[in-house]
Design a protein around this ligand. Sequence first.
Ligand code: C2E
Ligand code: CA
Ligand code: CA
Ligand code: CA
Length: 278
Amino acid sequence: AKHKGKSAFAHFAPEMTEVSHERLQMESRMRRALELEEFELYFQPIVHTDSGNLCSVEALLRWNNPSMGMVMPDRFIPLAEETGLIIPIGEWVLEEACKAAVSWKETAGRNIGISVNVSPRQFRDPGFTEAVMRALSASGLEADQLELEITERLILDNSIETAEILRQLDRSGIRLSVDDFGTGYSALSYLKSYPFDTLKIDKSFIQDVMKEPEDASLVRAIINMAHSLGLSVIAEGVEEEPQTHFLKQEGCDFCQGYFYSRPLPAKDFENWLKTNQR
Ligand code: C2E
Ligand code: CA
Ligand code: CA
Ligand code: CA
């Protein structure tokens, strides 16, 4: 740790001042990051479990900052949420993601759906649905090629407004998925009252699916439940081949994870696309 001079505050709570200084510095860097074009989308394939063929792609945000290097979302999304910066950043993500999907349609000659993560503050912003519609019309992407990933935690509170926004998005043809399913300690009743299309099983369940019989049972039960409610299922965090056999056997529709591909920058994804059969 650096020495902070002789103020009493620095003497008694050096860690605290350091943390808040770091935070403030990060916040001011983040405020300028959009205009300096420091954000970049990475793309991770989501494939059909049976064939391994590409189905859609999840957009994952990266922040390339000259002094901090590449900053991963877990390190800056929480601060972007707290400061409200997630709203303009989130709009940028939506626009870029939709544009990318349209460009692949042209280069690859096929429809590739795009999934975009939505954080709670962004979702509750009164301008959110409008921002989504703007991203669609500006890019020319069909609504049903866009999927919004909404965490189970977000769905839990604020239910009347949340339900209304979800219905509005659903009516416009956009697809909706429950992200991080199983981590929200929730009642499952929301699954039947909200218009979700897809359920993404959290990677913490997939990780030990070959080692822990309990995890295997849970994953099996989640797949069956989702199917009986008319939802498709994506398994997240698939890293090893045996997991793909298990998921195939259990009828899991789609897989995503390092086994197929890490999240890739646009250029690398386009190369990956060339080698992936239809
Ligand atoms: P998430 O939505 O659950 O995204 C999946 C995360 O799992 C990604 O981390 C991805 O790189 C990682 N992952 C993919 N396959 C594997 C695997 O096989 N094994 C393991 N161990 N991990 C895998 P990433 O990119 O660091 O993103 C972290 C989180 O940040 C995301 O979790 C999401 O909640 C959030 N995030 C990312 N991009 C955005 C964004 O544009 N907007 C918002 N609001 N949040 C975002
Ligand atoms: Ca996600
Ligand atoms: Ca729907
Ligand atoms: Ca997830």
